[in-house]
Design a protein around this ligand. Structure first.
Ligand SMILES: [Zn+2]
Length: 364
């Protein structure tokens, strides 16, 4: 790897991690969604961050602070199209109460992008599970601010690992589309900040394929995107995440998709990490790492269908930490709310414990 661990040693249990989170991210409250024609309670509940915070606060190894400033629109527009950013701002500002579900999805390529109008939101949306509320834009912008500020802390050399509790999540949002509970792509925004210091690798361990992140960096030779996810033949987002998708043009070879069937256990997942993910990262030699961390791979998750156990997340965190790279962990999915906090804490503590033995060189 480009930045190898140094010999500096610290006590592993005293090592702390910066966490970025703003409570106004909770104001976005989607209430329900449609799954196979049925109206169900929305899985991306506003109770998710609270469970994570409670678990982190209990072990006193995390320093939780809000992002210092709002993310400028210009920063959002480095990753997303100005049309999407402005449309979301205006459309959410139009909503007084309740939730709005786009229900007209045009075949868009022959149309002019609409500047406003809730009825036209389907132009920018890829599914029927991602409603707009009065607070969706503001909450998504704060979630993005957590990820970008985390990236900046790495760039400044002030931290060598940061956890962005970004909610709503981001990895399904493309440059000009929201969907999959995601509005802005937090990991992609962070990668576009981190690339100032050199190549960036993104490893997406959410159960679902990170179609948005893949699309944003599809032709980009400087950002590696690696994703382990449920087979798209069977699982959302269905239209991307196949093994044959490897990038295009100068970005050919910097996308790696590892689709797996339902029922994957710790051992099978470990094999993919060791045989495919770690070698790909070592070959790419990035300057920094982003982990798109979804926990819907847990065995009891109501959405994902892998069978990973809670202790295994400590091993995963340990493995990523031992790559010796400045690392930003960005929250993605994970929908069994009662276990989500423990799974996140276990992952981050596994990471911290490994870092306690070998501190990576900071970016500055
Ligand atoms: Zn997911």
């Amino acid at each position: 790897m480009s930045s190898r661990p140094t010999a500096r040693r610290t006590s592993s249990r005293s090592r702390r991690m910066r966490v970025l989170y703003h409570r106004d991210q909770l104001r976005h409250r989607p209430r329900f969604e449609w799954v196979s024609g049925k109206r169900v309670e929305h899985f991306e509940r506003s109770s998710r961050p609270g469970r994570i915070l409670t678990a982190l606060e209990r072990c006193h190894r995390f320093e939780i602070t809000p992002p210092k400033k709002p993310l400028p629109m210009a920063e959002l527009e480095r990753t997303h199209t100005p049309e999407l950013v402005r449309f979301l701002r205006r459309a959410c500002g139009q909503i007084r109460e309740g939730t709005y579900y786009p229900n007209v999805f045009p075949k868009r390529y022959s149309l002019t992008a609409p500047a406003e109008g809730l009825a036209r939101a389907g132009f920018y949306c890829l599914d029927a599970g991602t409603p707009l509320t009065r607070w969706s834009y503001d909450a998504a912008r704060l979630a993005a601010a957590c990820a970008v500020e985390g990236a900046q802390l790495l760039l400044d050399g002030r931290e060598s690992e940061v956890y962005a509790l970004s909610r709503p999540p981001g990895h399904h949002a493309e440059a000009d589309l929201f969907g999959g509970y995601c509005y802005f792509n937090n990991a992609a925004l962070a990668a576009n900040r981190l690339r100032a210091a050199g190549r960036v690798a993104i490893v997406d361990i959410d159960f679902h394929h990170g179609n948005g992140t893949q699309a944003i960096f599809w032709k980009d030779p400087d950002v590696l995107f690696v994703s382990i996810h449920g087979r798209p033949e069977d699982f959302y987002p269905y239209f991307s995440g196949y093994a044959g998708e490897t990038g295009e043009g100068r970005g050919k070879g910097t996308t790696l998709n590892l689709p797996m069937p339902a029922g994957v256990d710790d051992a099978a997942y470990r094999r993919q990490i060791e045989r495919r993910v770690v070698p790909a990262l070592q070959a790419f030699a990035p300057r920094s790492l982003i982990v798109s961390a979804g926990f819907d791979t847990w065995l009891g998750d109501p959405v994902g269908e892998f069978d990973l156990t809670t202790p295994f997340y400590a091993e995963l965190g340990d493995r990523f930490a031992r790559l010796g790279l400045p690392t930003l962990v960005v929250q993605e999915g994970g929908y069994q709310v009662s276990q989500l906090g423990e799974n996140v804490r276990t992952f981050l503590e596994g990471f911290l414990d490994a870092r306690g033995d070998s501190t990576p060189r900071r970016m500055k």
